[in-house]
Design a protein around this ligand. Structure first.
Ligand code: SAM
Length: 293
């Protein structure tokens, strides 16, 4: 295998881009990695080994794909840009454990599009340098899919990684934090400088690592209600919890009595802001609302 000629170097990437007359599409979040050391760090953070199957979103010209293929059992890569398919067939030809699928990941039928292509008895991870314009939808698509993904190691905009790993009462804490941390342990692995990409993105980047919890972080009797309470509580961050909850659930006498009673049962002050509540607080409140419906 061509270990000595990594795709992710400024010279090799420039050669490939020239050979195929490629122009990067900003609209598809095409910022390719050209720094081998960052790829080594991503692979280390992922903890994948020869037993692991890996889903990659957006292989680009294959920089990360080949590095995953060297350490994993099999890589299944979804690429939306038709122009990159002949490029990938060329750059990844030394590897026999990569499947590239021409598909918009958000339109992929999950779990079928994965379970029909990978041996599902093996551990499954997602490793990707994500197209930033759809970071959250991609993660939600995977979390909703019921695919048994143990870990996600993903490059994304630094601010989004900070929101996913935020602590209560911080500025970055919000409904996204709760949605992610409910299912996954979230850790910001490291910050990435702009200089490792070509072209360089306008925003700062970070590697986020998500590890699936054995069971959700909190016990919730009605998940839809729980996520509605969370969504409602952060609707207008400067308003009180009471204002946001009544705005969402209704201002009639019966709704107000229901909310007031549940807040009191959950021992939560209506005058606080939503961001003051921990995930356990949201669960207590949602469970009290559910029990008194
Ligand atoms: N993995 C390569 C690397 O690290 O150099 C490229 C990463 S680049 C940040 C994002 C890649 O995602 C691009 O190749 C882009 O074409 C692809 N992409 C964008 N939207 C996509 C979608 N909806 N489904 C699949 N791939 C997508």
């Amino acid at each position: 295998m061509e270990h000595f000629r990594d795709i992710a170097t400024p010279t090799r990437t420039a050669e490939i881009v020239k050979k195929y007359g490629l122009s990067m599409k900003k609209s598809l979040g095409q910022n390719f990695l050209i720094e081998p050391n960052i790829l080594t760090k991503i692979i280390e953070a992922s903890g994948i080994d020869k037993q692991t199957n890996v889903i990659e979103v957006g292989p680009g010209i294959g920089a990360l794909t080949e590095r995953i293929a060297r350490v994993a059992n099999h890589v299944l890569a979804f690429e939306i840009d038709q122009r990159l398919l002949p490029v990938l067939a060329d750059t990844l030809s030394p590897y026999n454990n990569i499947t590239v699928v021409h598909e918009d990941i958000l339109k992929a039928k999950l779990p079928e599009d994965v379970t029909t292509r990978l041996d599902m008895t093996k551990p499954l991870s997602v490793v990707a340098n994500l197209p930033y314009y759809i970071t959250t939808p991609i993660i939600m698509h995977f979390l909703d899919s019921q695919l048994p993904i143990d870990t996600f190691v993903m490059m994304m905009q630094k601010e989004v990684a900070q929101r996913m790993t935020a602590k209560p009462a911080s500025k970055a804490y919000g409904s996204l934090t709760v949605a992610i941390q409910y299912y996954m342990h979230a850790e910001l692995a490291f910050i990435v400088p702009k200089t490792v990409f070509s072209p360089q993105p306008n925003v700062d980047s970070a590697i986020l690592k998500l590890t699936r919890r054995d069971k959700p972080l909190v016990d919730v009797s009605d998940e839809t209600l729980f996520f509605n309470v969370v969504k409602a509580s952060f609707t207008q961050r400067r308003k009180t919890l009471w204002n946001n909850l009544t705005q969402f659930f209704g201002k009639g006498e019966s709704e107000k009595a229901w909310l007031e009673n549940a807040l009191s049962l959950a021992k939560i002050e209506p005058s606080v802001r939503g961001e003051a509540l921990s995930i356990a607080d949201f669960a207590r409140l949602a469970n009290a609302l559910h029990a008194t419906k």
